[in-house]
Design a protein around this ligand. Structure first.
Ligand code: GLA
Length: 383
């Protein structure tokens, strides 16, 4: 891949890049809509991702080019930037804007991006491109950011420059992922543990529903607000910084304070899902994959009934998996509203699974899903 991209850079700019980087996408194994509620999540990096080749120029401009999008853009070097439209280059531009608040970049740059994460599929293509840019600038100019500051900076870009109130999970996972490992991340303290992700006789299948995601950002922000409402009502009786400070038992003692039944459902999901992550981490550690799989199904059910972020496409995939004897667990991953599901699929059954799931899905949804067998890959790196 690297050699191919260097050639593309040469074609686009007429000379070779001086630095090359890779940042992955991620799947979340369990712990959904938990990060902005300060609980535990368990993501891992995948081998799909974003490549970034770059070189300095003498023209005092930043040039954004991509092999995925026709839009190319050039910005003069200046001390701040604002979002312009909804084009892809806003993500790395936001990173420049954030870094320029505290650091100077005095050289123009020619940039070329390429990504193979399906866009809008819930595998964190936006976190991947943000972290790729931040990691690259930190590395290239020796800006002195600590590793943990890179995902925090990228999340700030997503919140403030792009306008999505996401938590830290995606940016953290793509910065810190390790091959064949999962991350158990406490999103309140941003402390993490790297754990073995030994799936034994199973592989991790990713099923992209290929549902065009409409309104996903506004619905996401709506869920964040509903959780804030629950938190502030609970705070009438107890002092909490976030919902995940309560386990299910303690939550039951105070949940009467939440007046709106929909908000109560959202908070119930959060508290129980957070408890599930602890159980899932234990099961994974003990090699108890069938318990892990059951927790995945329970997570999906709760995201369907209480959090209402699944939709017919994701439910169809998970329903199929539940009845397919060679899958022991499946759930949606990421924000939902379309996007991807993951499944623990018995090794050797990949073809059979793809064929049967495709028939089942097309029958009910009208177009096919895309199915990948995913490797668990490494976080942001120089290549
Ligand atoms: C998106 C957000 C994350 C997280 C997930 C849901 O991927 O970017 O911060 O909230 O949804 O778990």
């Amino acid at each position: 891949m690297k050699a191919e991209l260097i050639n593309k850079f040469l074609e686009k700019y007429g000379y070779e890049p001086t630095a090359n980087y890779f940042t992955p996408g991620r799947v979340n194994l369990i712990g959904e809509h938990i990060d902005y509620n300060g609980g535990l999540v368990m993501p891992c990096a995948v081998t799909l991702g974003t490549w970034l080749c770059m070189a300095p120029n003498n023209d005092n401009v930043i040039r954004f080019k991509s092999l995925n999008f026709p839009e190319e853009q050039e910005f003069p070097l200046q001390s701040s930037y604002t979002k312009t439209g909804s084009e892809w280059f806003n993500y790395p531009l936001g990173v420049f804007n954030e870094i320029l608040k505290t650091h100077q970049i005095t050289t123009g740059l020619d940039l070329l991006f390429y990504g193979n994460i399906p866009i809008g599929s819930g595998l964190s293509s936006s976190a991947s491109i943000e972290v790729a840019m931040a990691f690259a600038l930190n590395n290239y100019f020796n800006l002195g950011y600590e590793k943990i500051e890179i995902p925090l900076l990228a999340q700030k870009v997503e919140n403030e420059f792009i306008g999505v109130n996401c938590g830290i999970m995606d940016q953290f996972a793509v910065a810190f992922g390790e091959t064949n490992k999962a991350i158990v991340l406490n999103c309140d303290t941003v402390k993490h543990k790297i754990v073995d992700c030994n799936l034994g006789n199973y592989s991790l299948a990713i099923v992209n529903t290929n549902k065009p995601r409409k309104l996903a950002e506004s619905k996401y922000n709506e869920r964040v607000e509903e959780c804030q409402t629950a938190l502030s009502q609970l705070n009438d009786e107890i002092k909490l910084n976030n919902l995940c400070e309560l386990n299910a038992e303690k939550f039951a003692l105070h949940s009467h304070l939440i007046t709106d039944p929909i908000v109560l459902n959202r908070a119930t999901h959060v508290v129980k899902e957070n408890d599930r992550v602890g159980l899932a981490a234990k099961a994974l550690n003990e090699g108890d994959l069938s318990t892990f799989g059951r927790l995945m199904y329970a997570s999906h059910q709760s995201l369907k009934d209480l959090y209402e972020v699944t939709g017919i496409e994701l439910d169809t995939v998970v329903d199929f998996c539940a009845d397919y004897e060679h899958v022991i667990g499946a759930r949606m991953t990421g924000a939902g509203f379309g996007g991807c599901a993951i499944a623990l699929l018995e090794k050797g059954k990949e073809e059979d699974f793809a064929k049967k799931l495709t028939d089942y899905y097309v029958d009910r949804i009208g177009y096919p899903a895309s199915i990948y067998i995913s490797e668990i890959g490494n976080g942001a790196s120089v290549i």
